[in-house]
Design a protein around this ligand. Structure first.
Ligand code: ZN
Ligand code: ZN
Length: 266
């Protein structure tokens, strides 16, 4: 590949699949692009998407907020593939509501929150997250993130988590095929833990070494329900299990909700 072609790093119409992304591996500092962090992140994912620690590790020259931002954008992008995989099975008939691990989530992408079929909820949530992350009012640049916009990372991550959780608890086979291929949840989880994007008590998918537990494992749920934080607009409690203390989730962050809803309306 010529110097020029490697510098341009473009995908051209008519390229064969096996020729796509066939660019030389570059160090982060060698990327000559306004989107260098994204391009670098996508490069290391292509090299080995299961090398989760390396993918999440903050590169020296990158601002940690920008790193989270680019990861979240990437998770939204790749979750689109999970939606495609889910579509044949996660139908309105099979999953008329958005549930995961005994919780029912209401969708915030409407003038007032409402119950949507799981597949609609997933698509509405992904759309909302994508629109928010692309909103130049909150994220005007790819090289820094304004302080007031940082709060959106947590609300986006909590919502994205539910998509993984629905797939895991209701479409296990699809989830596992997708995860084996992409390690997307592993990357997302490590990112979320590293930057405290999703509170540990909301992490409902068991670790790999806990897979032999009951999938509706209630261990720790009393704490879980006590400590659930206020959320960002699209969930309500579903006391399926053994106590009703999870009503603490009912009060939510109306700011986030109205922002996302308003953006959706535009
Ligand atoms: Zn479903
Ligand atoms: Zn909806």
């Amino acid at each position: 590949m010529t110097e020029t072609a490697s510098t341009l790093r473009r995908l051209y119409p008519g390229s064969r699949l096996e020729d796509t992304f066939a660019w030389p591996i570059e160090k982060l500092d060698n990327f000559d692009s306004s989107f260098h962090v994204q391009e670098y992140l996508q490069q290391i994912i292509r090299v080995d998407c299961s090398n989760v620690e390396a993918i999440v590790e903050l590169p020296e020259s990158v601002d940690k907020q920008v790193w989270q931002y680019e990861h979240l954008r990437q998770v939204c992008l790749e979750l689109g593939m999970l939606v495609v995989a889910l579509e044949p099975e996660c139908t309105k008939e099979n999953c008329p509501e958005m549930k995961a691990d005994g919780w029912l989530y209401l969708c915030a992408a409407h003038p007032s929150t409402q119950s949507c079929p799981a597949i609609d909820y997933i698509i509405h949530t992904l759309d909302g997250a994508t629109i928010l992350l692309n909103n130049t009012k909150y994220f005007p640049s790819r090289i820094s993130v304004p302080e007031p916009s940082l709060k959106h990372f947590q609300s986006i991550a909590r919502r994205l988590y539910r998509i993984f959780a629905h797939a895991y608890f209701h479409h296990r086979e699809i989830y596992e095929l997708f995860e084996n291929d992409s390690s997307l949840y592993a990357r997302f989880l490590l990112l979320s833990k590293t930057y405290r994007l999703v509170p540990p008590e909301l992490v409902s998918i068991p670790d790999g070494n806990q897979e032999d537990q009951n999938e509706n494992d209630d261990v720790g749920d009393e704490d879980h329900d006590d400590e659930v934080e206020d959320d960002d607009g699209n969930e309500q409690q579903q006391p399926k299990q053994h106590n009703d203390k999870n009503q603490t989730t009912a009060l939510e962050d109306d700011d986030s909700r109205s922002e996302v809803t308003a953006i959706e309306d535009n």
